[in-house]
Design a protein around this ligand. Sequence first.
Ligand code: NDP
Length: 249
Amino acid sequence: MSAALVTGASRGIGRGIALCLASAGFDVVVNYASNAAAAQEVATQVQKRGARAAVVRGDLALAEDRARLVDASYEAFGDIDLLVNNAGVAPAVRADILEAGEESFDRLVGINLKGPYFLTQLVANRMIAAGTRGRIVTISSMSAYTASVNRGDYCITKAGLSMLTKLYAARLAEHGINVYEVRPGIIETDMTGGVREKYDRLILDEGVTPIRRWGTPDDVGRAVVAIATDLLPFSTGQVIDVDGGFHLR
Ligand code: NDP
């Protein structure tokens, strides 16, 4: 059985990815930051699908937590075939880039960009050492290419993930490790819960998402399963939009 490490798997998109992977036969490391009960519930759901689950707390912004997360993942399953860099946070308060403060910037860069950059480094080195022809998927956002001037910090971290994908794809190809960027559109999760009415209007009335519905965590999970089950063996450094056509506009 193959094993996957999914960061931020306690809720939202990460939860959807974890459950889709479990249904596809992957054991899953369910990482979370603070919501232990939600992570445990995901682990139970993974087990109900016939796979094994390991729940590991770890703040991706912290080097010692990243190292502990990787050690615990390999201890749980012996090998990790798939890393999914999913965990991420949005700014607590939106602020125009002419006024935005450094505190939010540092927090977002730590969790959304520095975390995946160095977690990927740790896992990639373990894959190389073990001779694992693994897969690495990073969840970015349409904010990687849309200039939202009231949340520049978030956009910069997501644009950085596009380069992370290209860099690791270029470096790891010789080791048989393929690297992908999955770019979700507007997905129904806690992150978008606070702006539900605005997004309802944009999606359903104005059609910013040409397939006029909210995306679901399951939509993103299915894309990750396609990568994980090697349906794209000759593609690496590739972006896969899971956005109902948002990028067409
Ligand atoms: P949610 O807020 O629903 O879930 C966030 C997840 O990340 C939780 O599992 C949370 O754990 C975890 N997390 C938060 N901070 C940390 C941290 N420091 N270390 C480890 N884990 C952490 O977000 P979504 O599911 O909506 O988003 C998931 C990813 O998808 C993010 O990278 C986001 O930027 C991206 N995305 C989301 C879109 C959307 O429309 N929802 C669109 C495009 C991209 P805990 O439960 O313990 O707090």
